[in-house]
Design a protein around this ligand. Structure first.
Ligand SMILES: C[S@@+](CC[C@H](N)C(=O)[O-])C[C@H]1O[C@@H](n2cnc3c(N)ncnc32)[C@H](O)[C@@H]1O
Length: 241
């Protein structure tokens, strides 16, 4: 049975409570994780960092903000600006204490309100990690996001299927009208995670596997003109059918 999805206000209270345990040590753990969900998302961040030099990034539902922090700390790139959005103030407390440069802007507000502060076509990289499944008005969010994305914007999405099916989530994300490769988990065997992958350009599906210790998200996808380039950096293997 699917868990019951919390309404916005309840969700903010729940998240503030969850993050009240937010500590420097948890932030550091997430920041450096190689395994499990956090390690998986860090792997995506490291791939995305290759596209991040002199760009503006947006981390929606950033939680602790450790993923953006990881990108900002890469010595070989200089990020122009990073926006972090999370309605839980408690969540971003550690980040605020740790990162004092002016190129990081945090909005502790509902995503729809916070996005009003960002200019059209300003964003080059969007992180949607564990966030989309939380949003009530996904259609509205995606429309706002679409306006704020630059022409070559890259969108990294990785999430669970707690409340929605993969088909529901991908049909929402397809409203970004970007070429994409999407992945849905079909099977896990030890360290091997097998996904069905689909490109929305040729519509063909194939099976791919990833070797990763611990959990990976149930669904993920890379959206944007550079989505194929992203996979040149060899994070998955194809299974010949
Ligand atoms: C599951 S956490 C994911 C955190 C982080 N992205 C990660 O990968 O670890 C989802 C986050 O989205 C935030 N969130 C949920 N709905 C939101 C909304 N409507 N506006 C802003 N933040 C929201 C929550 O406070 C929470 O920190």
């Amino acid at each position: 049975m699917k868990p019951i999805k919390l309404q916005s206000l309840e969700n903010i209270i729940h998240k503030n409570d969850k993050y009240s345990k937010a500590s420097s040590s948890l932030f550091e753990y997430n920041l450096h994780a190689k395994h499990d969900l956090q390690g998986w998302r860090n792997l995506l961040i490291d791939k995305a960092s290759r596209f991040a030099n002199k760009t503006t990034t947006l981390d929606l539902g950033c939680g602790h903000g450790d993923k953006t922090y990881r990108m900002l700390m890469k010595s070989d790139i200089a990020i122009k600006k990073s926006y972090l959005i999370d309605f839980s103030e408690v969540a971003t407390k550690v980040f605020k204490g740790k990162y004092i440069e002016e190129n990081a802007v945090i909005y502790n507000d509902d995503a729809l309100l916070a996005l009003e502060n960002i200019k059209n076509k300003e964003i080059d990289i969007v992180l949607l990690f564990g966030f989309i499944h939380e949003v009530e008005e996904r259609g509205k969010l995606i429309n706002m996001l679409k306006d704020r994305m630059s022409e070559n914007c890259l969108v990294l999405f990785s999430d669970n299927l707690l409340y929605f099916t993969a088909e529901e989530i991908f049909s929402d994300l397809n409203r970004l009208c970007l070429p994409a490769t999407t992945f849905k988990k079909v099977f896990k065997f030890g360290m091997f995670h097998i996904y069905k992958s689909k490109s929305n350009i040729n519509g063909k599906s194939k099976y791919v596997f990833f070797r990763h210790i611990g959990r990976m998200d149930e669904v993920f996808g890379i959206f944007g003109k550079k989505h194929r380039e992203f996979f040149k950096f060899n994070i998955q293997r194809e299974i010949k059918q």
